[in-house]
Design a protein around this ligand. Structure first.
Ligand SMILES: [Zn+2]
Length: 164
């Protein structure tokens, strides 16, 4: 079994596999050579996996009728776009996730670091019931800002992660 090259995007047999899929010859009525190749080729296996997913959508449409050649061409173009989108999507999502998580962690750490003295002052003000401390012009805005950040940070994280 030859090890598939995961950096490779193109496979010379991909068109053959697409032809076999489009004309409903896969997997019974294809050359043994092609079957053997697919068994050892990650790209062609992806093509078949995507095709299987698309068959769920368009089963009746392209199986029952004889798909006209323009439809086949559209289908193959669509296949290629989805195939490449799936490959391209996996890395940026991981990167965006790590970036967003790092930003959120840094944000929370710095907010915690800077807010702690204010929190401490606020708590001791409550403890000693010095109401004048509560109306300090510095502490209240800090607490409001802290509360806003705690609300905004998860929302921002969600927006970043759901972008793709
Ligand atoms: Zn291949």
């Amino acid at each position: 079994m030859t090890s598939p090259n995961h950096d490779m995007i193109e496979c010379p047999f991909e068109a053959d596999v697409l032809d076999a899929l489009a004309s409903a010859r896969w997997p019974e009525r294809v050359d043994a050579g092609l079957t053997q190749h697919v068994a050892s080729c990650g790209i062609c296996q992806d093509v078949i996996a995507v095709a299987a997913a698309m068959q769920d959508d368009k089963d009746a449409a392209w199986r029952e009728a004889n798909v006209p050649s323009s439809g086949q061409m559209w289908w193959r173009a669509e296949m290629r776009v989805r195939h490449e989108a799936i490959r391209a999507a996996s890395r940026p999502i991981t990167f965006a996730y790590i970036a967003a998580a790092s930003i959120a962690l840094t944000l929370m750490a710095s907010v915690g670091w800077f807010a702690w003295p204010a929190m401490h002052g606020f708590l001791s003000a409550i403890a000693s019931t010095q109401v004048s401390e509560l109306s300090s012009p510095v502490i209240l805005p800090l607490l409001v800002a802290l509360g806003a950040l705690l609300v905004v940070a998860p929302v921002a994280l969600y927006l970043v992660l759901s972008d793709e």
